[in-house]
Design a binder for this molecule. Structure first.
Ligand code: UDP
Length: 488
C-alpha cells in the first residue's frame, strides 16, 4: 500500500496588538483582538500593568470562551521627566495638561521591553498591529522582521482629510476664514481651529512627524469602519495612502451580550442591571444619552449649562459625568438638586458608564456626543442619531461626516476646540443651556427632519450588522486578513 503523506495544517497566525494607552484607542483594538481570536487567529494584547488590570474582565470572558486571546504585561518605563507621577499609565489619568508630552515620550521607552518579549517567543509572530500614535513600534517591527499594520482610530473620511492636508495644505475659500480640504470627493470646509490633525500644538512637532513617517512605512492599515458607511472615502484613502486598508468594523459588534458590552474599558460605576431596569421602563427611542468620552472634561459653569439644558428639554436622559468634574461640594449639591428636580426622567452616572449596553437599548433614541469616533460609530451601529458637540482632534471632521455626509446629526454649534487644559471655569462657556435644549428637542422630536435622521441612522445600523455577518464586507475582509498571514 502506497504511503500517504499527512500534511499538518498551518499554525494559526499570531497577531501582536499594541494599543495606545487611552480608552478610545484601547477599547477598539481589544475588540479587534477578540474578533481575530474568535476566527481562529492567536491575538496578544501588549500593555502595561495599570491598563492590563482594567482588561481583567475582558480577559476573563475570553478565557471562559476559550479564545486564543491573551494580555501580555510589560512594565511601564520610568519617564526621563520625573514629573510624571508613578502609576499614571493611561491618558485618562492625566490631570495636568503639561504632562501629556512627557507621557508620550515615556511611552517610547516601551520599545525595549516589547522587542525583548517578541524575541523571547518560540515562534516569530505573523504581524504586529499598532496604534498609529505608537510610532516607536516601527523600529521594533523592523528589527524583529515582522510586517506591521497601523491602526488609525477615526473614519477613512477623517484620515483622508488628514493625509491630504498634510500633503497639500489647505485652500483658502474667500475671506471668511473657511478653508477647503483638498482632494476630497465632497466639499469639506474647515477653519484653522477645526482643521484635521492630532498633535497640532507647539512642542509636538517631532511626535507628529514620527507618527506620519510610521504610517508611511507601514505595510497597511486596519480601520474601524465598514464599506457601506463610507465606501468612496475608503477607496480614496487607500489610493492616496498607496497600501492596503483593511476595513473590519464596527469592532464593537464583537460584543453580543450585555455582560460583554458592560466589561469594555473599565468597571462601570453603576451596575448595568440598574441602568437596564431604568431604561426598561422608558418608551422606545425616548431617552437621550449624553457623554463626552474618556478625555474631555467640563468645568462647573459649562457642566451647569448642560444640566439645565437637559432639564429644559423635558426629555428623559442618561448623563455621564466624570468624577473629577463633580468633585467639589458646590457641584455635588447642584447635581443633587438637579437630580431631585428631574427624578424619574433623569439618570446621572458619575464615572465610567457601560456605554455600549446603553446605546444598544431600544429606549435610547439620541446621543449628545463629543464625536469621538468610537462613540459615533457605536451610536450609528445601533441606529441612534446624534447631537454633535466636537471638542478636539478628529472630532470636528467626524461631525462633518455625521451631519453633512451621513445625515444623522444635529450640530450644537461649536466652532472652537475645547482642548484639555485650554479652558478654565472663567473663560468660555462654549455651549449655552438654550443650545442644549434646542438641539436635544430637535433630535428627539417627531418632525420630518428628525424622522429622516432616525431612519438613516437605523439603516446604517442594519448595514453595520450585515457587514459583520458571514458574507458581509468586514467579515470577509477579516477572513482575507487572517488568510494572508497564514503560512501555506
Ligand atoms: N466609554 C465607555 N464609558 C464611558 C466613557 C466612554 O464605555 O463612561 C467608551 C465608549 O463606549 C468608547 C470609548 O470609551 O468606546 C471612548 O472613545 P471615543 O473615541 O468615543 O472618545 P475618546 O474617549 O477617545 O475621546
Amino acid at each position: 500500500m502506497a504511503s500517504m503523506s499527512i500534511t499538518e495544517p498551518p499554525p494559526p497566525p499570531h497577531f501582536i496588538i499594541v494599543p495606545l494607552a487611552a480608552q478610545g484607542h484601547t477599547i477598539p483594538l481589544v475588540d479587534l483582538a477578540r474578533l481575530l481570536a474568535e476566527r481562529g487567529a492567536r491575538a496578544s494584547i501588549v500593555t502595561t500593568p495599570v491598563n492590563a488590570a482594567r482588561l481583567r474582565g475582558v480577559a476573563d470572558l475570553a478565557g471562559r470562551a476559550k479564545l486564543p486571546f491573551e494580555i501580555v504585561e510589560i512594565p511601564f518605563p520610568p519617564a526621563a521627566d520625573t514629573s510624571l507621577p508613578p502609576g499614571v499609565e493611561n491618558v485618562d489619568q492625566i490631570r495636568d495638561v503639561s504632562l501629556f508630552l512627557p507621557f508620550f515620550y515615556a511611552l517610547r521607552n516601551l520599545a525595549g521591553p516589547l522587542e525583548a518579549y517578541l524575541h523571547a517567543l518560540p515562534r516569530r509572530p505573523s504581524c504586529i498591529i499598532t496604534d498609529w500614535c505608537n510610532s516607536w513600534t516601527a523600529v521594533v517591527a523592523r528589527r524583529v522582521s515582522i510586517p506591521r499594520l497601523f491602526f488609525h482610530g477615526p473614519s477613512c473620511f477623517y484620515s483622508l482629510c488628514d493625509i491630504n492636508v498634510d500633503a497639500h495644505g489647505l485652500h483658502k475659500q474667500g475671506d471668511n476664514e473657511k478653508y477647503v480640504v483638498p482632494g476630497m470627493p465632497v466639499l469639506v470646509e474647515v477653519t484653522m481651529a477645526t482643521k484635521p490633525g492630532f498633535f497640532n500644538e507647539p512642542g509636538w512637532e517631532a511626535l507628529q512627524r514620527e507618527a506620519m513617517e510610521a504610517m508611511r512605512t507601514a505595510d497597511g492599515a486596519v480601520v474601524n469602519t465598514f464599506l457601506d458607511l463610507e465606501d468612496e472615502f475608503i477607496a480614496c484613502y487607500e489610493a492616496t495612502l498607496g497600501k492596503p486598508i483593511w476595513t473590519l468594523g464596527p469592532f464593537c459588534l464583537y460584543n453580543r451580550d450585555v455582560e460583554a458590552m458592560s466589561s469594555r474599558g473599565d468597571k462601570p460605576a453603576v451596575a448595568q442591571s440598574a441602568i437596564t431596569t431604568w431604561l426598561d421602563t422608558m418608551d422606545t427611542d425616548s431617552v437621550i444619552y449624553v457623554s463626552f468620552g474618556s478625555i474631555a472634561r467640563k468645568f462647573p459653569k459649562q457642566l451647569f449649562e448642560v444640566g439645565h439644558g437637559l432639564e429644559d428639554s423635558g426629555k428623559p436622559f442618561i448623563w455621564v459625568v466624570k468624577e473629577s468634574d463633580v468633585a467639589t461640594i458646590e457641584v455635588q449639591e447642584w447635581m443633587s438638586a438637579l437630580e431631585a428636580r428631574t427624578a424619574g426622567r433623569g439618570l446621572v452616572v458619575r464615572g465610567w458608564a457601560p456605554q455600549l449596553a446603553i446605546l444598544s437599548h431600544r429606549a435610547v433614541g439620541g446621543f449628545v456626543t463629543h464625536c469621538g469616533w468610537n462613540s459615533m460609530l457605536e451610536a450609528i451601529t445601533h441606529g441612534v442619531p446624534l447631537v454633535t458637540w466636537p471638542h478636539f482632534a478628529d472630532q470636528f471632521l467626524n461631525e462633518r461626516l455625521a451631519v453633512d455626509v451621513l445625515g444623522v446629526g444635529v450640530p450644537i454649534g461649536v466652532t472652537m476646540p475645547a482642548m484639555p487644559g485650554t479652558l478654565t471655569d472663567d473663560n468660555d462657556v462654549l455651549v449655552a443651556r438654550a443650545d442644549v435644549a434646542r438641539t436635544v428637542s430637535a433630535l428627539m422630536s417627531g418632525s420630518e427632519e428628525a424622522e429622516e435622521r432616525r431612519t438613516k441612522a437605523k439603516a446604517f445600523g442594519e448595514k453595520a450588522r450585515r457587514a459583520m455577518e458571514k458574507g458581509g464586507s468586514s467579515y470577509e475582509n477579516l477572513t482575507h486578513l487572517i488568510d494572508s498571514f497564514t503560512l501555506q
